[in-house]
Design a binder for this molecule. Structure first.
Ligand SMILES: NC(=O)c1ccc[n+]([C@@H]2O[C@H](COP(=O)([O-])OP(=O)(O)OC[C@H]3O[C@@H](n4cnc5c(N)ncnc54)[C@H](O)[C@@H]3O)[C@@H](O)[C@H]2O)c1
Length: 314
């Protein structure tokens, strides 16, 4: 691998012309999710990919070969590259805060996969640091920006189902050890920070911050395989009071696969009806409504702009 600073990569043929010069980004972390990001970023005219880095040399080489992209030789090299304006932080979930802090210290804007950090204090520290340096700091999940969550927000704002008093949200994510090459990293953060955050992001955008929580956790199945053992809760049930008074009942776990059982999605219950978003994980999930004035019907989510990020992101 070359130790020299990578050149900014050209857009693939057919990419639309950008109105402004593309923003140079570096992708840090070349694991399971990175390919999706890379393809999406490479298609955006607003972005130029300066290069990628992973601390695992073999994974870095495989990724570079597959995507015909440019490696950085170290995290220091990413930070020292003056052209890199934004760091896309896709490292293992427990390592996000460390990489984000280094990037901010080097004057880079950061978009981080979730969770931003493993504790509230660490996340608040990053947010405060970025604010003081006038740097942008963003974090997944971004699914709530998609067409279906937008349709939910518009319908709730229309008042058709009346004021919402109760929400049932199920982030029942099944068994990550059955599909992820490194499930121990997912188990290390637990179901709330891995998947509960998708529902929480949308719900707090709509109803405001969480004011009170009571929750129970449990360890349902700790021995997953010879390689993967859980040493923390794989099931959480929480009741949350949000800022506007809405009561949320949230379940998150690594045991029940909600995509197979139907125990998945978010139900908003109001004085005059209910609205159902079939998945917290998808930007294009189906949305349906039932009111006291008529039979159930589907709501068509209108895509206001084309986004290569549309799809399932959990
Ligand atoms: N896999 C998915 O489908 C998926 C979907 C949505 C979100 N995410 C999120 O994306 C993040 C990454 O997930 P993943 O599934 O790709 O994990 P992964 O374990 O497959 O990949 C993480 C990569 O980060 C690298 N890494 C760890 N620390 C590093 C450091 N300090 N510097 C450079 N590289 C480092 C590891 O070597 C590894 O290759 C997680 O936060 C996860 O929650 C994953």
């Amino acid at each position: 691998m070359s130790g020299s600073a990578p050149d900014l990569q050209r857009k693939p043929p057919g990419a639309a012309a950008a109105l402004q010069p593309p923003v140079p980004v570096a992708v840090v972390g070349c694991g399971d999710v990175a390919g999706h990001y890379y393809q999406a970023l490479a298609a955006l005219p607003e972005v130029a990919i300066a290069g990628v880095f992973d601390q695992d040399q073999r994974r870095l080489e495989t990724f570079v070969e597959r995507h015909r992209t440019t490696p950085f030789e170290s995290l220091d090299a990413v930070m020292a590259h003056n052209d890199v304006v934004v760091v896309i932080n896709l490292v293992s979930a427990t390592r996000h805060a460390g990489v984000t802090k280094v990037a901010l210290e080097h004057g880079k804007h950061v978009y981080s996969e979730k969770p931003l950090a493993s504790t509230y204090a660490a996340a608040a520290d990053l947010a405060g640091f970025a604010r003081r340096r006038s740097l942008k700091l963003g974090a997944a999940p971004a699914t709530w920006l998609g067409p279906s969550p937008a349709a939910v927000r518009a319908t709730l704002s229309s008042g058709e189902v009346g004021p919402i008093r109760v929400v049932y949200a199920h982030a029942d994510h099944g068994r990550p050890d059955r599909w992820h090459p490194r499930p121990e990293e997912i188990f290390a953060v637990g179901p709330i920070l891995d998947v509960g955050v998708y529902a929480l992001a949308l719900l707090t955008v709509i109803h405001g911050p969480v004011r009170r929580v009571s929750a129970v956790g449990a360890r349902l199945l700790t021995k997953r395989s010879p390689q993967a053992t859980l040493d923390r809760d794989d099931f959480t049930a929480a009741s949350l009071n949000l800022h506007d008074g809405t009561l949320v009942l949230l379940t998150c776990n690594f045991y029940v696969d909600g995509t197979r059982t139907g125990q998945q999605g978010i139900e908003f219950d109001g004085d005059h009806g209910s609205l159902f978003l079939s998945s917290w994980a998808a930007t294009n999930a189906s949305v349906s409504i039932v009111t006291e004035n008529g039979p159930p019907r589907s709501i068509v989510a209108t895509i206001r702009h084309t986004s290569v990020l549309t799809g399932v992101w959990a």
